[in-house]
Design a protein around this ligand. Structure first.
Ligand SMILES: NC(=O)c1ccc[n+]([C@@H]2O[C@H](COP(=O)([O-])OP(=O)(O)OC[C@H]3O[C@@H](n4cnc5c(N)ncnc54)[C@H](O)[C@@H]3O)[C@@H](O)[C@H]2O)c1
Length: 314
């Protein structure tokens, strides 16, 4: 199958690329390398180092003629979406609309879209089912939801099939640990250097962590031809894990007694989160295979490899 992965040089996208290549597909990547890295891509993948907003997008589609598009490219920072909502909307909404237009013009069969638990907002029940009310708390959550709605519209107007995957907190090798990276990436990068782990608030807040290779597998399953043309599924572990528990497991796996530093809770953060993954199990035949301790072990191993050893001066 000919496929295009937008954001394929990024954290999740590059794992999707790996799995697609293993399965024997012909893979092209569109990525402006704003947060993605060329080094994340294996050989044999054609990288178009350009933006979704580049006027050359239709030409790229004519060249690649993708049957399926895995759409991962996005402005991913909630804080940036709050400080610069227009930038968020341009990348995430306008960029996606341009992509859908290119799909329509070249007859792409399906779009598999990286949405987020951020579309739900404050949970009324846990774990959150897909039919939970959608009241995003940030421009980022709203831009993800808006694209879900565009996908539904393009399906009814033009028959362009889609699968929306609402990711929980994805973690694993290649995740950015700087700034507003995921909490696992930040903990792992600090743990392998023996640095204290900073916990905002009392650490009882919970998140649903799902390993990146499991998320990549969900993407491949979602591209199958025998699925309904419209699909919205949660992709998460289905379980809550507290930040204190996460810090304790990271410290244990790092093999040292890392101090934990508590700082003031960050305003606007939800207290608890977990996604109900029953629909993904039933419809996609997917399950989160990697237990948290195993995923964290692999993640720590990767961060350990990234630490440049300090050579003592002779
Ligand atoms: N990491 C998570 O826990 C998580 C959770 C929910 C949803 N998501 C979604 O998953 C997707 C992948 O996120 P990630 O965590 O791998 O982040 P990432 O920053 O590693 O990946 C995003 C990629 O998109 C590229 N990109 C950004 N703007 C672009 C543009 N205008 N044109 C072309 N490429 C562009 C970046 O260079 C990067 O490679 C995003 O859509 C994100 O919103 C991630």
């Amino acid at each position: 199958m000919r496929v295009l992965v937008t954001g394929g040089a990024g954290f999740i996208g590059s794992h999707i690329v790996d799995k697609l290549l293993q399965a024997g597909h012909r893979v092209a990547v569109l990525d402006d390398l704003s947060t993605g890295r060329r080094e994340n891509l294996p050989r044999g993948v054609h990288l178009y180092p350009q933006s979704l907003l580049d006027p050359g997008l239709p030409d790229l589609f004519e060249e690649v003629e993708p049957e399926v598009v895995f759409h991962q490219a996005a402005q991913v920072k909630v804080s940036r979406s709050l400080s610069d909502p227009a930038f968020d909307a341009r990348t995430n909404i306008e960029g996606s609309i341009r992509l859908l237009e290119a799909c329509r013009a070249t007859g792409t069969r399906k779009v598999v879209y990286a949405s987020s638990a951020a579309v739900y907002g404050e949970p009324l029940t846990l774990p959150l089912p897909e039919d939970h009310p959608l009241t995003p708390l940030s421009p980022y959550g709203l831009s993800k939801l808006t694209v879900e709605r565009y996908l539904a519209l393009y399906y009814s107007l033009y028959g362009l099939k889609y699968a929306v995957l609402r990711y929980a907190n994805v973690y694993g090798p290649r995740q950015d640990s700087s700034g507003e990276g995921g909490v696992v990436a930040i903990f792992a990068a600090r743990a392998v250097r023996g640095k204290p782990l900073v916990i905002y608030g009392d650490g009882t807040q919970t998140r649903d962590f799902v390993y990146v290779e499991d998320v990549a597998e969900a993407n491949l399953l979602a591209a199958r031809e025998d699925l309904p043309g419209q699909l919205v599924v949660n992709v998460g572990g289905g379980k809550e894990c507290s930040i204190s528990e996460l810090a304790a497991t990271c410290a244990r796996l790092a093999g040292c007694d890392l101090p934990r530093i508590h700082q003031a809770a960050r305003p606007g953060e939800i207290k608890r989160s977990a996604l109900d993954n029953r629909r993904a199990r039933e419809v996609l035949g997917w399950q989160p295979r990697t237990p948290l301790s195993e995923g964290l072990r692999r993640t720590l191993d990767w961060y350990r490899e990234q630490v440049v050893p300090v050579v003592p001066e002779s």
